[in-house]
Design a protein around this ligand. Structure first.
Ligand code: XMP
Length: 512
């Protein structure tokens, strides 16, 4: 299977390039711009994309890839900074433009071969997205302009004989309406790839790789009820069957019915070895009297590790711990100007080190939407696949103040109403997350002839792409109304519902 290599120069849209290519069922990987030539050769890509980036090729600390890239005989597509670097390294001239070009621009194509195959030429204009300060002034020898924009005489260039193409604009963003055509022309036309990277082929190759790595050893996996760990377990189980044992710890902080659904699936539809630990009392005892959010999180995290370790010990010798780490967590972010690269993070905090286990992370090449597709292909139930993110510490961090059984009961009932109403109205999949929070105050209300003094539920619903930033969701008034009246009518102990209209930052998605 052929693959595309993306060299990352720090653009915010590098991951988007990868996603757009994978949408075409062509496998690709992102590596730092500084990846040595030997490693690039070993990766054996069918073509290379040089991403955009925030630097100027004239910065003293500009990120430079090895110019010998251009001697490998591979098709190379430079995007924005990547285009300028290609032009400069091959002998052209890049200069600061008088006017920074940012936003939508009109592109006139004067050559409909190569990456513009199948597109209309001038006088028709194509909308593209630009974001650059420098621009190409003189093309290197052998290159010619294939498109222009108002501010760029060389909005796109190509080498007349070699498979090198450069675009000032960003084909990966949705505002570039011909972006998919361009990427398709590059990967299928210039690089001669085939659309053969499907979830079916991914399962086949990953299952073989897991068998090869694990041999006859034992693997454990912490099943949380979330998408990533469920898909990891299903995939590894397909590879090694009974050598995998999953441990599900019920910390008593889950929503109504959700883990039961996942456990039922694994017990009934697969023959997965599953240890199901009921630890509600243990966690509630650990949380008794705790109101500080950080202490809550620590107690829950440490409690999980303790129980997981105890159960794992009973299994005898185990060599591997399976984790549902995803691609965005492992991409080695490029680092220049002293910025710290983002560290890969682990879902099960500290476990591999403490337990001296090797990690297997079969989803580490996948984006979230690909994990969902994989889960469906593996037969996992839709409600598990399209579940909104749910924090490890569960409802524990959605109860402000002390976590007790009776307060958990109130929140669970409110939460299930939010879930039902969101699903019924079709809003569940439109938002990133939607949930109820139990506040630590009581307010006055009136019910029938009597005065009440009861709890407040806050409703939180946010739109987000990656949870790093978020905006409150503009839910319709009717939906807000039905959630509120159902909670107040159906949940004993609640007489008021409020809607959280803060964005992140400065607020966070969760309340603790
Ligand atoms: P915040 O509240 O920081 O949340 O804006 C960002 C995203 O992370 C989820 N979250 C967690 N997930 N363990 C998790 O697995 C945690 O301790 C945790 N805390 C927050 C949160 O639900 C949101 O999607």
């Amino acid at each position: 299977m052929k693959k595309i290599l993306i060299l990352d120069f720090g653009s915010q849209t590098t991951q988007l390039i990868a996603r757009r290519i994978r949408e075409q069922k062509v496998y690709c990987e992102i590596h730092p711009y500084s990846t040595p030539l030997d490693k690039i050769k070993a990766l054996a890509p069918a073509g290379i994309v040089l991403s955009g980036g925030p630097a100027s090729v004239y910065d003293s600390d500009a990120p430079l890839s090895d110019p010998a890239l251009f001697t490998l005989g591979l098709p190379i597509l430079g995007i924005c900074y990547g285009a300028q670097l290609m032009i400069q390294q091959l002998g052209g001239k890049v200069e600061k433009a008088e006017k920074r070009e940012f936003g939508k621009a009109d592109l006139s194509i004067n050559d409909t071969s190569g990456i513009f195959a199948g597109l209309e030429t001038s006088p028709l204009h194509h909308q593209v997205w630009m974001s650059h300060g420098d621009r190409v002034e003189i093309a290197p020898q052998g290159f010619e302009a294939t498109a222009t924009s108002n501010h760029s005489p060389f909005a796109a260039l190509r080498h007349k004989e070699k498979p090198f193409v450069a675009v000032q604009f960003h084909p990966e963003v949705a505002h570039t309406l011909i972006g998919t055509d361009i990427l398709r022309n590059f990967i299928f036309g210039l690089c001669d790839c085939r659309p053969d990277w499907t979830m079916h082929s991914f399962i086949e190759s990953t299952v073989a790789a897991i068998r090869n790595t694990v041999g006859t050893s034992k693997v454990i996996c912490a099943l949380s009820g979330g998408v990533d760990s469920s898909v990891t377990a299903a995939l590894i189980h397909r590879a090694i069957g009974d050598q995998l044992t999953c441990i599900y710890v019920n910390n008593g902080l889950m929503r109504i019915g959700e883990t039961e659904a996942i456990l039922r699936f694994f017990k009934e539809k697969t023959h997965l070895k599953l240890i199901d630990v009921e630890a509600t009392d243990f966690f509630l005892a650990e949380l008794a009297g705790v109101v500080d959010p950080e202490i809550k999180r620590k107690r829950i995290g440490l409690g999980f590790i303790k129980i997981f370790e105890e159960e794992a010990k009973k299994l005898g010798e185990v060599n591997y711990l399976a984790q549902g780490t995803l691609y965005p967590d492992v991409i080695e972010s490029v680092s220049f100007r002293g910025e710290a690269p983002i560290k890969s993070h682990h879902n099960v905090g500290g476990l591999p080190e403490i337990m001296k286990l090797e990690l297997i992370e079969p989803l580490r090449e996948l984006f979230k939407d690909e994990v969902r597709e994989l889960g469906l292909e593996l037969g996992l139930p839709e409600e598990a696949i399209y579940r909104q993110p749910f924090p490890g510490p569960g409802l524990g961090i959605r109860i402000m103040g002390e976590v007790t059984l009776s307060r958990l009961e109130i929140l669970r009932q409110a939460d299930v109403i939010v879930l039902e109403e969101m699903k019924k109205s079709g809003w569940y999949r439109k938002v990133w997350q939607s949930f109820a929070v139990l506040l630590p105050i009581q307010t006055v209300g009136v019910m029938g002839d009597g005065r009440t003094y009861e709890n407040v539920i806050a409703l939180r619903a946010v739109d987000s792409k990656d949870a790093m930033t978020a905006d409150w969701s503009k839910l319709p008034y009717e939906l807000l109304g039905s959630i509120s009246s159902r909670i107040i009518n159906e949940v004993r102990g609640v007489n008021r519902v409020v809607f959280d209209i803060s964005s992140k930052p400065p607020a966070t998605i969760e309340w603790e």
